[in-house]
Design a protein around this ligand. Structure first.
Ligand code: ATP
Ligand code: MN
Length: 477
């Protein structure tokens, strides 16, 4: 490559003398100092223009957002704030950015504003740092599983089963929405649709991953999933990425241990490999916390939180213990929770999860053995006939980050559950076959990738950690 990337240049300056660099102008100060950035690193390269020699018309075009090429000499900087700078010999304007209309100006923009400019927001310091960390986390995820001998598998995005049991789905159809063919009962006749049946976008690759675990042993998926739930929260997207490992011969304890090791590995990876981006986000996080009322501030800084998670064992707590703790908690007794905990069997809301993690245990928590009633059909029934081998990992500031379970491997028990829940067993014939032929205990979990990125970057809205968020009423770009 003729033009070195700034990440490489700033890391190994001794290799460079006269340089040609390309990038975008972040700022241009005093008709003299260009802060150039090419996205490869959070650091800018200061380029010093001798404005007495420079052409005035050209100087006018050096605006924030413009793409330029600079050649000059790389020298030690005399100024504060950077160790190196380029003494500019020549400048070429590659692409102008009219300062009267370019939306990303060198000032503080709100994240709400930037979401409307999602095609340009990656040029900001914060979003670019987040996206570099997102990339590093993806890599760490593959590295973790590959080094452990897991196989990466691709499960279908279009699914014909509606039994995945994780909320509302998006239909995939080529039928004319204005005049769909109907059957004798007057309902839409999906036999005439593309696949000859009703199909949807997947909400999880788990069921298919289970089939592969019972042939390849340990596998994982890492792909997009879709949920048409109308949850307008800072932790939900309609399209998000999920990592779903599935392991033959793993019981629930093995599953928990793997999930904990996995999360710690990925966070440790970014501590080691994304120090500059993290240092910036650490500052940003601290600033944001300062603007909150004292009693709502995070007790720890961002990097501190990440280290805390890596260094401390996650607390393992049964659902039944958790209910006792919540029932007797101050906010429950003083009726401060929106949903009061009255009896065993109720589903936990995010406020309860966060109380357990942030106030009671002050550590990530793995909740296990949930009531069967509130969990999916495929989770393994315990001997008490009331609870299933489910586990959720709860994180500070996030709530649920992982949902998983040991799967029911006994055909008769599974069939009974399916019947009780009124699920169409015929649809699941292939899933039930796994319990007919060489069935073994097995487990798996799903980690919502954006929730991990949210935690790792200290951002407060999930819409700011995915390039183009899909949420109710919003699919621009
Ligand atoms: P929640 O209760 O937070 O809505 P869930 O119980 O529906 O989550 P699961 O079906 O267990 O979630 O999915 C596994 C993981 O996927 C969750 O632990 C979470 O990290 C992530 N996840 C689930 N729904 C979403 C969503 N709409 N947007 C982003 N991530 C999600
Ligand atoms: Mn869940």
């Amino acid at each position: 490559m003729k033009y070195p990337q700034l990440a490489e240049l700033l890391n190994q300056p001794q290799k460079h003398n006269t340089v040609v660099v390309r990038g975008w102008v972040r700022t241009f100060r005093a008709n003299r100092f260009i802060a150039l950035n090419d996205g490869s690193t959070i650091e800018n390269l200061q380029c010093v223009v001798d404005f007495e020699k420079a052409d005035e018309n050209l100087l006018k075009k050096i605006n924030t957002g413009a793409a330029i090429e600079i050649s000059g000499k790389l020298v030690k900087s005399m100024g504060k704030g950077q160790s190196l700078e380029v003494l500019v010999d020549s400048i070429t304007i590659l692409g102008e950015a009219d300062p009267d209309i370019y939306p990303i100006q060198p000032k503080k923009h709100s994240f709400e504003f930037l979401r409307e400019k999602a095609h340009l927001r990656v040029r900001t310091v914060t979003i670019s740092a987040v996206m570099r960390i997102r990339s590093a986390l993806s890599f760490a995820i593959h590295q973790f599983f590959q080094e452990k001998g897991f196989y990466y598998i691709h499960t279908p995005i279009i699914t014909g089963s509606d039994a995945e049991g994780a909320g509302e789905m998006f239909r995939v159809s080529v039928l004319d929405p204005k005049k769909p063919p109907t059957g004798p009962d007057g309902r839409v006749d999906f036999k005439q649709d593309f696949f000859g049946k009703e199909t949807n976008l997947t909400v999880s690759g788990q069921l298919e991953a289970e089939t592969y675990a019972q042939g390849l042993g340990n596998v994982y998926t890492f792909g997009p999933t879709f949920r048409a739930e109308n949850s307008n929260t800072s932790r939900h997207l309609a399209e998000f990425w999920m990592i779903e490992p599935e392991m033959a011969f793993y019981e629930l304890e093995d599953n928990m241990a793997l999930a904990e090791e996995f999360i710690k590995f990925t966070l440790d990876y970014i501590l080691k490999n994304c120090d500059k981006d993290l240092a910036f986000l650490n500052h940003r996080f601290a600033d944001e916390e300062k603007s909150k009322p004292q009693n709502q501030r995070s007790a720890m800084g961002l990097v501190e939180k990440i280290k805390f998670v890596i260094e401390n064992k996650f607390k393992r707590v049964s659902y039944t213990e958790a209910i006792d703790i919540l029932k007797n908690s101050k906010p429950n007794k003083k009726k401060k929770f929106d949903y009061l905990i009255e009896e065993w069997g109720t589903d936990l809301q995010s406020e309860h999860e966060r109380y357990l993690v942030e106030k009671h245990f002050k550590a990530p928590v793995i909740l296990f053995d949930y009531p069967a009633k509130i969990k999916a059909f495929y989770m393994r029934m315990n001997e008490d006939q009331k609870t299933v081998r489910a586990m959720d990992i709860l994180f500070p500031g996030i709530g649920e980050i992982v949902g998983g379970s040991q799967r029911e491997e006994r055909l008769d028990v599974l069939e009974k559950r399916i019947e009780e829940l009124g699920i169409d067993a015929e649809e699941l014939w292939w899933y039930l076959d796994l319990r007919r032929y060489g069935s073994v205990p097995h487990s798996g979990f799903g980690l919502g990738f954006e929730r991990l990125v949210l935690f790792a970057t200290g951002m407060s809205n999930i819409r700011d950690v995915i390039p183009f968020p899909r949420t109710p009423q919003n699919a621009t770009f």
